[in-house]
Design a protein around this ligand. Sequence first.
Ligand code: NAD
Length: 336
Amino acid sequence: MHKVVLIAGDGIGPEVTQAAVAVIGAAGVAIEWESYQAGEAALKEHGVPLPPDLLEVIRRNRVALKGPITTPIAEGFQSVNVALRKELDLYANFRPVRSLPGVPARYSDIDLVVIRENTEDLYSGIEHVVVPGVVESLKIITERASTRIARFAFSHARAEGRRKVTAVHKANIMKLSDGLFLECARRVAAQHPEIEYHEMIVDNACMQLVLNPWQFDVLLLENLYGDIISDIAAGLVGGLGLVPGANIGDSCALFETVHGSAPGIAGKNIANPTAMILASVLMLKYIGEGEAASRIERALKSVYSEGKMLTRDLGGSATTSEFTRAVIAGLKSERV
Ligand code: NAD
């Protein structure tokens, strides 16, 4: 029996995590879920958005599945997502972006991975008012964090038989910070001659992703560029409802979606649960349940291949629960 921490999250979080839990159950994986709140829900109930015992329980169980969490804009509490990643030292944000058969998208046959440094850069949250009207926000880049994320990217490329890593940067302008990031990436690349290494300036990378995304394989980025490029990449395959993510550290991991809490569609049973179901697939692989993960992936793909079941974000009218039931039916029919 696996023990996994479950954080339902805000907005559409409870709907999509419920879908993922139902699918995992239908795949026959025995998981004891330890449910915790974070974000707005925790603030309402406990007066803090990130209850301190949550960090402890994730450290103890080593694995968590998390729905998206709302972060107030330009005011209010600091991002719980960023705090979880930093406090638990989940330094690698890993986001596989793949076309799904039958999904109406602008591009087909996309298969790339975004690997984003998760603990520093402008997300250090160190900013202050110098004098009224002038604000300073610090971008922190360290050799340690840049080297370990580059190592993660190259190890991942080697383990998955990927051919190429592209480091994305703005070292023409931020010569010291992005320069250090590149220096570390180059050093690690030199230890992996079997994998092609390329560099691309971030603005060009945005355009290249739109013009010719097939040229990319593994993208290696600092925190902010990784965040932005992830959403561009999600757009290539049909949108945010489809792309999962993993936050991985040396001692624990937290699985979630690339998308946020989508407050505009929350509580309406219309969110696409695919990204959260795929996040569960990543989680199951991580805890050694690869066979169940593959069955869920196959069931999901066959629902899309049949072309009858699309949620609203993809131009259909299926509800979150109808889509989830179709995936579960696919899993059950595979078992008999
Ligand atoms: P968002 O990802 O929540 O939504 C962007 C757009 O995509 C919206 O139109 C939304 O309706 C749509 N969308 C997202 N997920 C969908 C799904 N599963 N099915 C169908 N449509 C979907 O981004 P936002 O509006 O910029 O952010 C909302 C909140 O989420 C903010 O508070 C933000 O800080 C937070 N956020 C959290 C995380 C996280 O928890 N990891 C990630 C990103 C944003």
